[in-house]
Ligand binder design. Structure first.
Ligand code: SF4
Length: 516
């Protein structure tokens, strides 16, 4: 699959014509704004020039006519503006997602970069009006979904004409802090503008045309889809709150979405009221947790992935047959804690070959091993190899414990990493299989970064990078991948192709409590 996300130009030229060596056109309407930005840039070795465009829509439109034929590579508009919503404060930064009719797709990346610099930045729609907005009009524009109003950005942004464009406006006044003159009311805004200025240069350096290689398969696996559907169905049937022990899957977006719909995530069962319904997460629980729930009279709905349950069953079986079970996995992971709890007197966690050397089984002829489902295939092979070497009679699991989704995503990302300058892995920091995807790339010699979303992409990563591999861990929603591609397209034309190493058709049935 190949798809190009172009930046159409009105004169018929493509974004390829915007050479990466073409300069940043950095615009500020007012002298006072331009001065603040220049001050913010003055410590840079080769600061970009700041062009003043003049106050108001008429001057902005005149300037836009002149600028549209300039040989700039990308345009950044900076200035102050009026906040429209009551949750904004003077000095906050608004990065435009839409500015009039112009889409500024890189806004999430830019806002994330500003926040990492310690600045209060949000993304939102910016309206351009031809007069200062007063109380009633602020409320009307806010109700229409605009976050900030200014008097210049829309005509200037239109002059970018398909080239990358971004708008950063610092809030000078809000419904609670009405305009009292640009100097007295806007000091906080000018300070923010000055602090934000160096980000403009980093943004420009990250702009350019590039290729995105999508790894296939990626994103949700059958176990994660099942777990999410279980919580959704319980919410539908019982209404909120629905208690879930631990994160249902390790992804901040999924958890945040379900929380907003009424799910309550708790660390332990003592946070669940007596008699309530509780969902166990996809990573599984130990028998002690089940017993505790039964003692408390909780109604349990089990979202444990069937492939995790399979490992639990193997642990019980090996232990019952008198084996010492070496569980290859990572200490502290919920899945590992659940599996260790199945046969705590017979199971020992081994994380490395050194742990294997230190293993003291009851009987060296009766050793078996199991694995966490989300391990790195290569890393697990090293440890299982050490076990086979030390205990030649060691019993392996009946079928691979590292699940199909983990194995497939690692093979797929390895295939794109080979041809990428860097790889972005969508996933949360506590997602084991997502972290393993980063390690897989690094082992292949390609730098890789774990990101929850486009806002985590650092502009410095992208400078000089023409091919980006992109994948998502098994707990990361497919929509995040789309969001990342969209944000990258705001930095220049992106051509997207997919490398599919295998296709997946596995589905797991739902537990009886939520069927129908
Ligand atoms: S990653 Fe594997 S074990 Fe974990 S939920 Fe998905 S399919 Fe199940």
């Amino acid at each position: 699959m190949t798809e190009t996300i172009p930046k159409p130009r009105e004169d018929g030229a493509g974004a390829d014509d915007a050479s990466e060596s073409d300069p940043l056109l950095l615009l500020a309407p007012l002298r006072i704004e331009a001065r603040a930005i220049r001050r913010g840039l003055r410590n840079l070795p080769d600061p970009p020039a700041v062009t003043r465009t003049g106050y108001g829509t008429t001057r902005a439109a005149q300037q836009a006519g002149r600028l549209s034929h300039d040989p700039f590579g990308q345009m950044m508009i900076m200035g102050v503006g009026g906040g429209l919503t009551t949750d904004l404060s003077p000095g906050d930064l608004v990065v435009g997602t839409e500015v009039g009719a112009v889409t500024c797709a890189s806004a999430p990346i830019l806002a994330g970069e500003l926040r990492r610099a310690g600045l209060p930045a949000r993304t939102g729609r910016i309206a351009t009006v031809d007069h200062l907005v007063r109380r009633a009009e602020r409320a009307k524009l806010a109700a229409e979904g605009w976050l900030l109003a200014d008097m210049e950005s829309a005509p200037l942004a239109a002059a970018a004409d398909g080239r990358p464009v971004a708008v950063i406006r610092a809030v000078s006044d809000t419904p609670h802090h009405p305009l009292a003159g640009i100097v007295s009311g806007g000091l906080a805004a000018l300070r923010s503008l000055r602090a934000a200025a160096p980000v403009a240069e980093r943004w420009a350096a990250a702009c350019g045309t590039r290729q995105v290689l999508l790894a296939g398969p990626r994103s949700f696996c059958a176990g994660v889809e099942r777990a999410i559907e279980i919580v959704e169905r319980v919410l539908e049937r019982q209404g909120e709150p629905v208690y879930v022990r631990k994160q249902i899957v390790h992804n901040t977006r999924v958890v945040g979405d379900l929380e907003s719909r009424g799910a309550v995530f708790v660390d332990e069962l003592d946070q669940v009221p007596d008699g309530a319904t509780v969902v166990f997460s996809a990573h599984g629980v130990s028998p002690m947790v089940r017993e505790d729930a039964a003692r408390r009279g909780l109604a349990v709905i089990d979202a444990t992935c069937p492939l995790v349950s399979k490992v639990h069953a193997e642990a019980r079986r090996f232990a019952a047959d008198g084996y010492t079970v070496a569980l290859i996995g990572h200490a502290g992971h919920e899945e590992v804690e659940g599996t260790l709890g199945e046969a705590p007197d017979s199971t020992v966690l081994v994380q490395t070959a050194a742990d294997v050397a230190a293993l003291r089984p009851r009987d060296g002829e009766r050793v078996a091993y199991l694995m966490q489902t989300t391990l790195s295939v290569d890393e697990a092979a090293e440890v299982s190899g050490a076990l086979r070497e030390r205990f030649p009679a060691v019993r392996a699991p009946g079928s691979d414990d590292i699940c199909y989704a983990t194995t497939n995503r690692q093979a797929a990302v390895r295939a794109v990493a080979a041809d990428s300058d860097l790889v972005l892995v969508a996933g949360s920091k506590n997602s084991s299989n997502s972290v393993r995807l980063v390690e897989t790339c690094e082992r292949a010699g390609t730098p890789a970064y774990l990101i929850d979303g486009a806002e985590d992409i650092q502009l410095d990563w992208l400078a000089g990078v023409s091919t980006i591999g992109l994948t998502a861990g098994a707990s990361a929603p497919p929509a995040v991948v789309e969001e990342i591609i969209s944000a990258l397209s705001g930095l220049g034309e992106v051509s997207v192709s997919e490398r599919v190493t295998t296709t997946e058709s596995i589905r797991f049935g739902l537990p009886k409590e939520v069927r129908q």
